[in-house]
Design a protein around this ligand. Structure first.
Ligand SMILES: C[S@@+](CC[C@H](N)C(=O)[O-])C[C@H]1O[C@@H](n2cnc3c(N)ncnc32)[C@H](O)[C@@H]1O
Length: 283
């Protein structure tokens, strides 16, 4: 190794100097080198080829400018599954695991008597929620929709790669599944209010995944469309669970009560914020 060769430690240090935290710098290095993170931690003295060093530097610059790590590495873990992601889909969040855990509780409990419960994930993005359900409850017949065809391509790719059989449907909310009825309806829809200050931090993710179209300004428009449209697709005893912002839980429960879900409840995420509401349909 020449006296001037750049080592992995030098590259990690440069990334840190750009403002990356240690974990992101190590994960980017692991991605570029095609090695596990543990290898990166244990081998910081290895010299880097110039092209590898340049690739790592370019990715670190993009990360420092706010691009999500998952878009740079092309993958993200969700509920123990490794999912491909691209800028066409929202990066799946750990927050949504609250929704999946609740859904699995229902499939084991109140819906446990159904031999092949029919589940739908409305607005599936990368397929995260639908695939986590199918992986953990193979007896479920899982359907998933998205209005964005390129997002659905990613979801379909993830399903095929993981060997999980999900029926994918393109289209706007319920119009994607005319005539179909479900035992369990799940959705993490766009719910960020237009103009919300957090949108700046989310600028690399698709606007269609974040903010509802034709919204009154409170981020509720898509939640309202999904809940209001449910009655044509569920029977008494079916459940609907929907993820929402921490400040929307009262409005979501009110809307559920007005649309055939008389006793809605809310679950908190790991940080103790009210993030998922739902209930059983009774009509
Ligand atoms: C918040 S993202 C959730 C993605 C994924 N379910 C997750 O939790 O990672 C919302 C998704 O809804 C889709 N979407 C937005 N408007 C829609 C509509 N009118 N009909 C169906 N899907 C829609 C977006 O393309 C996006 O994939």
């Amino acid at each position: 190794m020449s006296a001037t060769a750049r080592t992995l430690a030098d590259a990690l240090e440069s990334a840190r100097a750009m403002g990356l935290d240690r974990l992101d710098a190590q994960l980017l290095a692991a991605h570029v080198l095609g090695r596990p993170r543990a290898w990166v931690i244990a081998n910081t003295d290895v010299p880097l080829e110039a092209d590898v060093s340049a690739t790592l530097g370019a990715l670190a610059t993009r990360r420092a400018a706010g691009e999500p790590l998952a878009y740079l590495t092309g993958q993200r873990e969700f509920f123990g599954l490794s999912l491909a992601v691209s800028p066409d889909v929202l990066v799946p969040r750990p927050d949504s695991e609250t929704l999946v855990e609740w859904a699995l509780d229902l499939l084991d409990g109140p819906l446990g008597h159904r031999e092949a419960p029919r589940v739908i994930d409305l607005g599936t993005g990368s397929g995260a929620i639908a695939l986590a359900i199918k992986h953990n409850c193979p007896r479920a017949e899982v359907h998933a929709t998205d209005r964005c065809a390129s997002a659905l391509d990613i979801a379909r790719h993830n399903g095929a790669r993981l060997g999980l059989d999900v029926c994918w449907h393109v289209g706007a909310w319920w119009s994607a599944v005319p005539g179909l009825c479900f035992d369990l309806v799940l959705s993490n829809p766009p719910y960020v209010a237009p103009g919300d200050r957090h949108l700046q931090d989310l600028r690399h993710e698709p606007a269609i995944a974040l903010t509802p179209e034709r919204d009154r300004g409170d981020g509720m428009a898509d939640i309202e469309r999904i809940v209001a449209g449910a009655s044509a697709h569920v029977a008494s005893g079916a459940w609907l669970l929907i993820e929402h912002g921490a400040d929307q839980s009262t409005a979501v429960r009110d809307w559920l009560r007005q649309h055939g879900f008389p006793a809605p409840v809310t679950r908190q995420d790991l940080a103790g914020r009210e993030r998922v509401s739902g209930g059983a349909y009774a009509y």
